[in-house]
Ligand binder design. Structure first.
Ligand code: CP
Length: 308
């Protein structure tokens, strides 16, 4: 099973993965030993920087008894000019499953078409980041117990932010209402807004963060994706445009969750870290059990009903 966009999963399949992930939390924490993937090899192919996605895939595989190969541009023959197609032919022979991050949108699908092993899109340029979406959905269910009917604010760089491209699609399918908060130059691509509307999702667009905070169940902050701007001057115009600090939270709902795919630059002040609203570090940890569930599913390994 490849996972390139959230379109590769039905709602039922997504929920089933999230249920498997819940069972795997003790394994992710290291308190239960469960070598379900012993003898299997994951190739981590990262052609762009990553901390959480790369390391949580690696932790997930190792906690399940599997092995991990790591390839990045520096230190590999990609630096000598080897093509992605040829690189993938090697990986097809060396690994059982691969996670790929690449600066070019569409690269994960290209890689999947080139090989027989399952390919998991770990972020393709300004395209999609579906494994992040799975952990985001897991976190929202953990905090709110549901997705349907929630008011979710997606804030920041909605143009280049691949996390919000994948997440908005999934939230729309699960019946959440969305408020898309961005400066005009970083609005959600029109085709995504139009898809959301055609699936019956209640979508509002705004450039004002503070006016939408009070009625939100989830506030999903994102970094302005500096590396995707063709012109640095355009980045400077919007850098630091949305920042949350404790003072902004005086009239929010008591169960409101602040999430962020991380890394943060200055979108969330560290004074929020110790409040009940801060979910972003738990969210990052949730990458381990959700990626465990996904690796098991991709390799055709069932997660036992009872663990521990
Ligand atoms: N959320 C996320 O994709 O983080 P990394 O870039 O560190 O993998």
């Amino acid at each position: 099973m490849d996972l390139i966009t959230m379109n590769n999963l039905t709602n039922e399949e997504s929920i089933s993965l999230l249920e498997d992930a819940k069972k795997l939390v003790p394994v992710a924490e290291g308190s239960v030993h469960l070598p379900l993937l012993q003898g299997k090899v994951l190739a981590n192919l990262f052609f762009e920087n990553s901390t959480r996605t790369r390391l949580s895939f690696e932790t997930a595989m190792k906690r399940l008894g599997g092995e991990v190969l790591n390839l990045s541009e520096v230190g590999s023959s990609v630096k000598k000019g080897e093509t992605l197609y040829d690189t993938m032919q090697m990986i097809d022979g060396y690994a059982d499953v691969a996670a790929i991050r690449h600066p070019k949108q569409g690269a994960a699908q290209y890689a999947a078409d080139a090989v027989n092993i399952p390919i998991l899109n770990a972020g393709d340029g300004a395209g999609n980041h579906p494994t992040q979406t799975l952990l985001d959905l897991f976190t929202i269910r953990q905090g709110q117990g549901k997705i349907e009917g929630l008011n979710v604010l997606l804030v920041g760089d909605l143009r280049y932010g691949r996390t919000v491209h994948s997440l908005s699609h999934a939230l729309g399918r699960f019946g959440a209402s969305l408020t898309l908060v961005s400066p005009n130059s970083l609005k959600m691509p029109e085709e995504i807004v139009s898809d959301l509307k055609s699936m019956g999702c209640d979508v509002q667009e705004s450039d004002n963060l503070s006016s939408s905070l009070e009625s939100s169940d989830v506030v999903y902050m994102t970094r302005i994706q500096r590396e995707r701007f063709p012109d640095e001057a355009e980045y400077e115009k919007v850098a630091g445009i949305y920042k949350l600090s404790k003072e902004n939270l005086s009239s929010v709902r008591s169960g409101m969750m602040i999430m962020h795919p991380l890394p943060r630059v200055n979108e969330i002040h560290s004074s929020i870290d110790s409040t009940q609203y801060a979910w972003y570090f738990k969210q990052a940890f949730n990458g381990v059990p959700t990626r465990m569930a996904l690796l098991c599913r991709s390799l055709g390994v069932d997660v036992p009903e009872v663990i521990g």
